[in-house]
Design a binder for this molecule. Structure first.
Ligand SMILES: C[S@@+](CC[C@H](N)C(=O)[O-])C[C@H]1O[C@@H](n2cnc3c(N)ncnc32)[C@H](O)[C@@H]1O
Length: 300
């Protein structure tokens, strides 16, 4: 049986950008549990979807039986240009970044600090694992990822402690890592979140190359957008959100319609401030509390 625990985020807010009368050709770059894709299909839109996840592929295979206007490719969205020749342009492209609830509860992936599992954290099927990072990266590299991706002020102290501990014994599981974080003497930032959150975020971002994937994707996505198409991106942490915000800013179309990037294309920014989930959505789906939605209209 194919299980699906993922609840799609800000569905109404996303649909509010789509003219009810129109049937669009939509590219869902982060299919996950298919929540957004199904909403689009139910409204009569055509959907092409990507995900690197095996479980997503199984869900997609099931959906294909019900909808003839649905295609699924098991690819990393940074490789959109591989398919460019075969694919037409799209009138709505969506990214709902990060990992799904299905992946969070999968102990083979091991993203959760509540479930003990082998150190992995790779949810995109790549070769890099948190085990390799923790046990093989140099002190300098560890410090870099904890500082840059975890925003941990005492990243150097943490990296030094991990290097000492792994010389005594290889660090193999999430719970072993949590014990090391606990004993490191590092003052983790927030009292509101679990003390391991920042370190886990850093390892997950590095393992899956999350920021690189997004940056590469944004460099190519204009090739797949129709004139007046929407690009909608949901982010879950400030590092991703900054990249998306700066992308729309540096490619914005000015009032006189001269293009800032001299490429003859740009975006009208439709969300000066990012849209966040309503209180009622947050009370039903805690995951939505950190989500930020930014949308731009492609001008060419
Ligand atoms: C937050 S979930 C998306 C949930 C989906 N919108 C839904 O409503 O069910 C993010 C999904 O994006 C996928 N993903 C993240 N980065 C990816 C990438 N670079 N290439 C392909 N898929 C990616 C993950 O595997 C995960 O399934």
């Amino acid at each position: 049986m194919i299980t699906n625990q993922h609840i799609p985020i800000m569905t109404n807010e996303i649909l509010s950008f789509i003219d009810k009368e129109k049937k669009l050709s939509i590219l869902d770059c982060t299919f996950g549990g298919g929540g957004h894709s199904i909403k689009f299909l139910e409204k009569g839109h055509s959907v092409t979807a990507f995900d690197k996840d095996d479980h997503s592929q199984s869900i997609a295979n099931k959906i294909k039986k019900d909808y003839s206007n649905f295609l699924f490719y098991k690819i990393n969205f940074k490789d959109i240009d591989i398919l460019q020749i075969k694919l037409k342009k799209f009138s709505f492209i969506i990214l709902d970044l990060g990992y799904s609830s299905n992946q969070l509860s999968d102990n083979k992936i091991g993203l959760s600090f509540k479930i003990n599992s082998n150190l992995n954290m790779n949810y995109l099927g790549g070769n890099l694992t948190a085990h390799k990072i923790i046990n093989k990266y140099s002190k300098v590299e560890l410090e870099r990822i904890f500082y840059t991706y975890g925003e941990i002020n005492q990243a150097s102290k943490l990296a030094k402690y991990i290097v000492e501990q792994r010389s005594i014994k290889e660090i193999n599981t999430n719970f072993e890592l949590i014990e090391i974080l606990r004993n490191s003497g590092v003052n983790f930032r927030s009292k509101k979140i679990h003390f391991a959150t920042q370190a886990f975020q850093a390892l997950r971002i590095e393992t899956n190359k999350e920021l690189e994937n997004l940056i590469i994707f944004l460099k190519k996505v204009h090739n797949l957008l129709e004139v007046n198409a929407f690009l909608a991106v949901i982010t879950f942490h400030s590092l991703e959100d900054r990249i998306v915000k700066n992308y729309f800013k540096s490619n914005k179309v000015k009032k006189n319609k001269s293009f800032e990037n001299s490429k003859n294309w740009g975006f009208e920014n439709l969300t000066k401030k990012p849209i966040t989930a309503s209180n009622s959505e947050i009370s039903e789906n805690n995951r939505s509390r950190s989500a930020k939605l930014r949308v731009g209209r492609f001008i060419n």
